[in-house]
Design a protein around this ligand. Structure first.
Ligand code: ZN
Length: 221
């Protein structure tokens, strides 16, 4: 079973699908040479890609450019379909910090050829999450900073308020295309500062003092 846990609880919550948003911060869209989108760009990862803080990311041997993307992750607590912003807000029951690990060389190649990104985003260990916190215990989340240290050096740091599409807008938008269900996760996009990591690197991600995540990069055995 693929699951997440909430801080301070041993209960495991089964994870359904993992939805992700691309280019949700203007400065990040620019650093990859993209226009700022007028609607959320959505892709997915399978739940089998999920690992937890403390577990290693395995560098896939078919890539030479593995990038980190630190992101706010939403935990969906109730089913929504065609939801208003208010209904979508109600359905978000928790927050975590996550890493959307990305094979940038493959993504650039696929984009150039007009092919799907799927295999640039989906590989085992490509979705790393912290323990989650209840939304009620993290008021004013958008005024909080998200950050990532690689080998103790800061690579990404941004206030969540800079998101182009806010969490409830993203969840509402997705729900007009497909239902979101209890246990689904939504990775909400990364701020500027994405860059390469290598075997042996350690990654420490945080959203304020609300949640933290630790992982390291290892080569496949
Ligand atoms: Zn991402």
């Amino acid at each position: 079973m693929h699951y997440i846990s909430f801080k301070g609880s041993s209960k495991k919550h089964q994870v359904g699908k993992i939805m992700c948003v691309g280019r949700n911060y203007a400065e990040h869209a620019k650093e990859l040479g993209n226009d700022v989108p007028t609607f959320p760009i959505i892709f997915m990862k399978p739940a089998s890609n999920l690992i937890h803080s403390g577990e290693p990311v395995i560098y896939p041997p078919h890539s030479h450019e593995l990038h980190h993307e630190v992101e706010l992750v939403l935990f969906i607590g109730s089913r929504i379909k065609n939801a208003s912003i208010e209904e979508a807000e109600q359905a978000i029951s928790g927050y975590g910090v996550g890493l959307d690990m990305t094979l940038r060389d493959l993504q650039n190649e696929y984009r150039k050829e007009g092919n799907p990104w799927t295999l640039a985003k989906c590989f085992d260990t490509s979705a790393v999450v912290s323990d989650f916190v209840l939304k009620a215990d993290a008021s004013d989340i958008l005024q909080t900073e998200i950050s990532l240290l690689v080998n103790d050096v800061r690579r990404q740091k941004n206030i969540l308020a800079d998101m182009i599409f806010k969490p409830a807008e993203v969840a509402s938008y997705i729900s007009h295309r497909m239902a979101l269900e209890p246990g689904d996760l939504v990775f909400t996009g990364t701020p500027k500062g994405v860059s390469a990591v290598h075997a042996g690197d350690t990654l420490l991600a945080a959203i304020g003092d609300i949640c933290t995540l630790y992982t390291r990069i290892v080569n496949q055995e």
